[in-house]
Every structure is written in C-alpha cells, then in structure tokens.
Design a protein around this ligand. Structure first.
Ligand code: FES
Ligand code: FES
Length: 165
C-alpha cells in the first residue's frame, strides 16, 4: 500500500491530505474530508450518483483516483447548499418534482449545472443525452427533464435581466 500527499480544493476550500494509492476520489471526499454530497451508488461508473465537477467538468468521482485529483479544483453539490437562496436548478427540481428519494439528485444537479453552463438552452433530446449517465430509480425521468428545462429558462431570464442592467 502506497500513500501520497495531495492538495485539493473543494468548494473553494484548500485541503492537504494523505491518501492511499487505491483510494477513489468519492471516498476521499466523503470519508476523509466529510463532503457527503456525492453519493456512492454503484462504484462502477454506472449510476452517476457520485457526480462532481473536477476542474469544471462533470465527472463520476468513483472513476477517479484521489491521487489523480492532486492539484485540482473540485465542486460538489454542497456548493449549492452554501448559498443564501436556492439556486434555480434546486428550485426547479423542487417545483417540478424532479426527485423522490433524492439519492440520484446530487449527481443530477451537478450534471445539469455543467450542461446549462455549456448549453443554456438545451432541447429535450440534449437534456436526455446529457443525463444518460445519471440513473434514477424513482421518477421516470420526465419530471427531471421538466426541471432542467425550467432551470434553463430561469437562468436565461436572470442572465438577460443582468445584461440589461
Ligand atoms: S457511484 Fe459513481 S457512478 Fe455510481
Ligand atoms: S429520486 Fe430516487 S433515485 Fe432518483
């Protein structure tokens, strides 16, 4: 077993930590640093419950070794919780009933936020394609798609209003 010292920034906070060479990023985040937003579902890249942003890109944190994240900037769904008001994506998932048990929701939110960052006005096909790596056993997906459409509209409206200022 080999240990490595790594540095990682999570939700804007810098961390220095020692990880085993086999430690998955999701376990380093949850078990060593206490960021419990990314959920552990399959641990095999199937379900997307562990999705985070790694240097701005949505990735499944069970597919990345913690040592590979050395020097990286990580964002978890917890970053959305540290705000004064709900983010439009959170609002829309709530309003459109885009969740039931919520186990998949952290991953859905992180994938959605990356999608809307690169494509502010996705059509239904693009939304379904973006979310195809995120499994949900409860909702049947229709309300999740509606939530993403609603969030996109809210975010476009906000961007337009800010542009008018
Ligand atoms: S726990 Fe990572 S994809 Fe399922
Ligand atoms: S809301 Fe239960 S798995 Fe998606």
């Amino acid at each position: 077993m080999t240990e490595h010292d790594i540095e990682i920034t999570v939700n804007g906070t810098d961390h220095e930590m020692t990880v085993d060479s086999r430690t998955l990023l999701v376990h380093a985040l949850r078990d060593q640093l206490g960021y419990t937003g990314p959920n552990v579902g399959c641990e095999s890249s199937m379900c997307g419950a562990c999705t985070i942003h790694l240097d701005g890109e949505a990735v499944k944190s069970c597919t990345v070794l913690a040592v590979q994240a050395d020097g990286s900037d990580v964002t978890t769904v917890g970053d959305f919780a540290d705000r004064d008001s709900l983010h439009p994506i959170q609002e829309s998932f709530s309003e459109e009933h885009g969740l039931q048990c919520g186990y998949c929701t952290p991953g859905m939110i992180m994938t959605t936020s990356e999608l809307l960052e690169r494509n502010p006005d996705p059509n239904e096909e693009e939304i379904r394609e973006a979310l195809e790596g995120n499994l949900c056993r409860c909702t049947g997906y229709q309300n999740i798609v509606k939530a993403v459409e609603s969030a996109a509209e809210k975010m476009r409206t906000t961007a337009t209003a800010e542009g008018d200022d």
